[in-house]
Each structure stands twice: as structure tokens, then as C-alpha cells.
Design a protein around this ligand. Structure first.
Ligand code: ADP
Ligand code: MG
Ligand code: ZN
Length: 592
């Protein structure tokens, strides 16, 4: 850029500094010739430059343009007036021509050298390597080292770890299996919700096995240049073969491994080619190579069936959300580096964190540590953990937001939820009720299951529905009016009722049938192939049934709260006074 600016500047300087000939019209020129004032005329293309006779400024001349139609009278006239005639050749000097011809190519070559250098630098490679180096795989090779995570650092997930130990055996002692004619599995698919520890487990596996470990995120195969993905795959597998025994880890494989040929946005050719290349490479494994591909996904349902057939990713390891014991273990792992006060009860914390993933738990410990640091404490206390938990589950407090009348309505609403949950034996016990606004909610009633549930019985679901509707019913009962505050409750209740009818067969009207819900993941291109599989009549029947079930639940709740209106009133007063009531406090009011 500087060079260009310099050149342009120099050009303008010359343009200004050099004397410029005066531009005159052709007739003025001819007149001057006729008057005998012109000394010489230089012809070049359609221009004539010339000098005046006896001009005081020696350098100053004039320039004019020859008209398009040839003027045959000009030359005789010039000769007659004794003007020196000079004709210049049109063509530029050869060196200039050469330069003009070559310059663009020089520029292009320089650009390529430069950009491939930049690319190399970004890939963290040193000198060497060709000009067009960007089809190299970006897989990072991790050598075994003691610093890295081991199975010790992965808490819970016992069955997954067991499966992976077997894989490690394959890598370490392939002969043992080959002597019995068993083939080494080629691919292992880790499936689990986000944050369940898939990436963590893959790293730990490689470290435990002590083999070469290639790690790549599937999206890194895809670049803006077509064909790069496939060649990167080829490159990575070739590299891994050289270093065998080796483990290749492809993270987030669903980004290239989606069902081919479907999807809004088109069957992405590049993605498809990359996937095909992976499949081809895996088919090309000879039985005796100690080379195993680990892949992770949180969307196994959208994966191409070709990936899942035997001979490819035929081993599947499922990582579940952690149960209570596992949660306690995970919390312990993350508390190893955090100094905790003696009053912190890990067991209790494990019980309070139903539905948390490993990543959520790690986040919880971190939040607590941050709070402790903010409070200037030496150790992380129980209060910090409680605060962190509430913050993670319900959002930060916004204490100054409620008008007194709104506070009363919120207290009535939340008391309704809480009292119904206390009175229905099937319902999950409550953990706390609060009318401190957090995040988007004006108040919260938090329920905690005693056990992690895997299966919902119909009475449990019905009780849940009743508790969801109880906030609104309570407002109607005490204040005689309803408010917009129950929108979320209604949405959840409607969704639950629809699930009861279409998926769980809990409606006698519709019967034990499963209906596919058409519109679930349109952007994945998977559900598109599975249209809504019921008629319009059934659809309207389902809608009517949803309405009936929700209304019936509302009736039940109304009669429960009406029969216990005195209790409800007392709960409201206590809640307005204390803002937050824990389970014991609610228990004292309801069962004194
Ligand atoms: P994903 O399944 O989305 O790949 P990660 O493996 O990246 O999840 O997990 C994110 C973080 O959560 C990890 O770095 C770790 O700190 C924590 N974590 C998840 N599961 C566990 C576990 N079982 N034991 C210990 N920490 C875990
Ligand atoms: Mg991950
Ligand atoms: Zn509510």
C-alpha cells in the first residue's frame, strides 16, 4: 500500500512540476501556422504537439487534437510555412510492453505466495510445505502426557468407561483378539446431551490408552473451497496410519454426518463428499490395524444410517445425564481445586441438582467460587453454593421490581402452586417458594423430585398438571380475576397435555395410539420426511381433548384450593412477610 501511495504521489508531483503545453483548438493551430508563428509540429496518434517561433519560454508549447476526418491541406500548409515536421512512432518501448504484460501475473503469484504463507502460519506450521497447502488436515496430534485428564477426572459414567476400557484393550493388545479371529471395532460413537462429558471422556480414553490421539471437530473439515473436506479426511487418516496404534476423535460429527440428501438448504455437496470420504476410509481399514475412530454427537437421531451400520460406528456408548450419586462424584471432582468450608454438604447439593449435566455442575462450583471471592471469603461456604444454585436455576435476583399490589398477586399465585404441590401426594415435593423476581419470572415455586425419575406414571403427570395450573386458579379464587402472569404455566400445561394424549396414550378418548408430531426439527431436514401422520379429524379431536384435560385439571385444582382457602391465606401472608419460604417453613404452615 505504501508503495502504491508513493507512486501515485510521485505521479501527481511530476504532473504539477513539469510545464504543461497549452491546449488549443485545431483551427487556432492552423491559424498560427498560416500566420507563420509555429516552429515545429510533432505528430503522435491523434495529437500534435508544437513549439511557437520566438517564444520566450523555451519549454512551453501547445498541443491540439487532429479531427477525425483527414485534413489533406495540413501537410502542404506546414511545408509551405517551413514548419519542422516530426512524426513519432505509436508503439511503446519494448521494456514497457513487457512490464505491462507481466505485471498482473507477478501480482497474482505474489498474492498466492503471501496467502499460503498466512495459512501456514495460522495452522501453526513452520516453514516448508508447498504453495497450495490448505488441504492438509487440521487434526491436532496430542501426544500422551501425564498432565492431561484421566478416567479419574471423569466422574460417574461407569458403564461408558467400561466400554471404553475394552476399546483401550483392543488398541493395546490387538494380537489377543486377532488370535481368536475377532475383528477390532472400527468406530465408536459417543452419544449424549450437551455437557455430559463426551469430549472429556474421549481425551481421557486417549490418555489412558497412551496411543497417538488425533482430535478434530467435524466442522473443521468444511472450508469455503469445495473438495477440501474430503482431502483433509484422507490426509488425517494417512497420518494416523503412520502413527498407529492411534485413536482418531471426530467431535460434533452430526455437523457432517446428517442424513444425506435431505434438509432445507439443500443436500450440501461438500458435506456429503466429506462424509463419503470418512466412510470410505473406514471401509479401507484392514482388520489388523490398531486404528479406532471415536466420534461424538448430541444428535444421534439425525445421523446418516450409513454411519451406524456394522463395520463403521457400530459401537455406541451412551452418556446419560448424571444420577444423584454421579452428580455427587462430579461435584467432588470439581471441588478438588476449590477450598470448601466444612458446612458444605456435597450429598445435599447432589440432591438439589436434578437434571444438571456435568458441565452445569462444573459451572455451579465455579459460580460458587466466584461468589465467595466477591464476598472476600477464604473458603467457599454453603451459603455461596445455595446462592449459586438459585442463580443458575432461576437467574439473578432483581429485588426492586415489584409494586406492592403485584407483590400480593405474585404471592397468591406462588402460594397456589406450593399448596397444591403439598396437598397432592403424587406431586414432587417443593424445595422453596419465592416472590423475589429473577430473570423473567416474578416469582418461583421450585419442586425437587425425591428420586431421579425415568418414567412418569399417569397420576404423577396429572398432579403435575394440577400444580402448573394452581397459580392461575389461586388468583381467580382469592382476587376474583386472572392476570398475564400465568402465560408460561399455561404453555407448559398445554404442552404436557398434548404429550399425554399423542405420545403416552393417556387419553381414553383418543386411545393407546402414538401420533407423530410433524413440526419438530424442520431445519434438520429429518422430520420433513416424516409428515404429520394423522388426519385433520384426528387433529381436531386431539385439540379438543387437550382442552378437556387442561380444563379438568383446572377443576381439580380449584376444588382443592377452595377446600383449603384458610391455609392458602396463611401461606400468602407468610410469603409476603418473608419473601422466600423453604420446604420446612411451608410444611410448618400446612401441617402445623
Ligand atoms: P460435551 O459432552 O458437550 O462434549 P464436555 O466433555 O465438553 O461435554 O464437558 C464439559 C465440561 O463439563 C468438562 O470440561 C468438565 O469440566 C465437565 N464435565 C462433564 N462431565 C463430567 C464428568 N462426568 N466428570 C467430571 N466433569 C465433567
Ligand atoms: Mg463436546
Ligand atoms: Zn406460575
Amino acid at each position: 500500500m505504501w508503495v502504491t501511495i508513493l507512486f501515485v504521489g510521485y505521479y501527481f508531483y511530476l504532473d504539477q512540476a513539469l510545464p504543461k503545453p497549452e491546449r488549443i483548438s485545431y483551427s487556432a493551430f492552423k491559424e498560427a501556422v498560416t500566420d507563420g508563428e509555429v516552429e515545429s509540429a510533432t505528430f503522435k496518434l491523434d495529437q500534435i504537439r508544437g513549439q511557437y517561433l520566438n517564444s520566450d519560454d523555451a519549454n512551453r508549447g501547445f498541443v491540439t487534437t487532429i479531427p477525425g476526418t483527414p485534413d489533406s491541406s495540413l501537410l502542404p500548409l506546414l511545408e509551405e510555412k517551413n514548419v519542422t515536421i516530426i512524426a513519432e512512432t505509436i508503439s511503446n518501448p519494448t521494456w514497457l510492453q513487457l512490464l505491462i504484460g507481466i505485471a498482473p501475473w507477478l501480482f497474482l503469484a505474489a498474492f498466492f505466495v503471501y496467502s499460503s504463507r498466512m495459512l501456514q502460519q495460522r495452522m501453526g506450521k513452520g516453514a516448508g510445505g508447498g504453495l497450495f497447502d490448505f488441504n492438509r488436515s487440521r487434526a491436532r496430534l496430542f501426544e500422551h502426557d501425564d498432565q492431561d485428564v484421566s478416567f479419574e477426572d471423569v466422574a460417574g459414567l461407569d458403564s461408558a468407561k467400561q466400554d471404553l476400557r475394552e476399546i483401550i484393550e483392543f488398541l493395546k493388545f490387538p494380537e489377543r483378539f486377532q488370535s481368536l479371529g475377532a475383528k477390532i471395532p472400527r468406530g465408536v460413537l459417543l452419544m449424549g446431551s450437551p455437557g455430559t462429558g463426551k469430549t472429556l471422556l474421549a481425551r481421557a480414553t486417549a490418555n489412558e490408552a497412551g496411543v497417538s490421539f488425533f482430535s478434530v471437530s467435524a466442522s473443521e473439515f468444511i472450508e469455503m473451497y469445495v473438495g477440501i473436506g474430503a482431502s483433509r479426511v484422507r490426509d488425517m487418516f494417512a497420518e494416523a496410519r503412520k502413527k498407529a496404534p492411534a485413536l482418531i476423535f471426530i467431535d460434533e460429527i452430526d455437523s457432517i454426518g446428517r442424513i444425506r440428501g435431505t434438509g432445507v438448504g439443500g443436500g450440501h455437496d461438500e458435506r456429503e463428499q466429506t462424509l463419503n470420504q470418512i466412510l470410505a476410509e473406514m471401509d479401507g481399514f484392514r482388520g489388523d490395524e490398531p486404528l479406532i475412530v471415536l466420534a461424538a454427537t448430541n444428535r444421534p437421531d439425525v445421523l446418516d444410517p450409513a454411519l451406524l451400520r456394522p463395520g463403521r460406528f457400530d459401537r455406541k456408548v451412551v452418556l446419560e445425564l448424571p444420577q444423584k450419586n454421579a452428580r455427587v462424584e462430579i461435584l467432588k471432582v470439581h471441588m478438588r481445586t476449590v477450598p470448601t468450608a466444612p458446612d458444605v454438604d456435597v450429598e445435599e447439593l447432589g440432591g438439589l441438582t436434578t437434571g444438571f449435566s456435568g458441565a452445569d455442575l462444573a459451572n455451579l462450583v465455579n459460580e460458587a467460587a466466584i461468589l465467595a471471592a466477591r464476598h472476600d471469603e477464604k473458603k467457599v461456604t454453603r451459603a455461596d453454593f445455595t446462592e449459586a444454585h438459585d442463580k443458575v436455576v432461576m437467574g439473578s435476583e432483581r429485588p426492586d421490581l415489584l409494586l406492592p399490589s403485584e407483590r400480593r398477586r405474585t404471592a397468591i399465585h406462588e402460594s397456589g402452586h406450593a399448596l397444591t404441590a403439598m396437598l397432592l401426594p403424587e406431586s414432587d415435593p417443593i424445595h422453596q417458594v419465592s416472590i423475589i423476581p429473577r430473570g423473567r419470572a416474578l416469582g418461583v415455586t421450585e419442586q425437587l423430585p425425591v428420586e431421579d425419575r425415568h418414567n412418569y406414571s399417569q397420576p404423577y403427570v396429572e398432579a403435575r398438571l394440577a400444580v402448573m395450573l394452581a397459580g392461575r386458579v389461586s388468583e381467580k379464587l382469592i382476587l376474583g380475576s386472572i392476570s398475564s402472569g400465568a402465560a408460561d404455566d399455561l404453555e407448559q400445561a398445554t404442552r404436557l397435555a398434548r404429550l399425554m394424549i399423542t405420545q403416552w396414550g393417556m387419553s381414553t378418548e383418543i386411545g393407546p395410539v402414538h401420533f407423530h408430531d410433524g413440526g419438530e426439527h424442520p431445519y434438520l431436514g429429518y422430520e420433513l420426511t416424516q409428515q404429520k401422520d394423522y388426519s385433520e379429524q384426528t387433529a381436531s379431536k386431539i385439540d379438543a381433548e387437550v382442552k378437556r384435560i387442561v380444563e379438568q385439571a383446572e377443576q381439580t385444582t380449584f376444588s382443592i384450593l377452595e377446600a383449603n382457602q384458610a391455609l392458602l391465606g396463611r401461606l400468602v401472608d407468610e410469603l409476603i412477610k418473608h419473601e422466600t419460604l423453604d420446604r420446612a417453613a411451608v410444611e410448618r404452615i400446612v401441617h402445623p
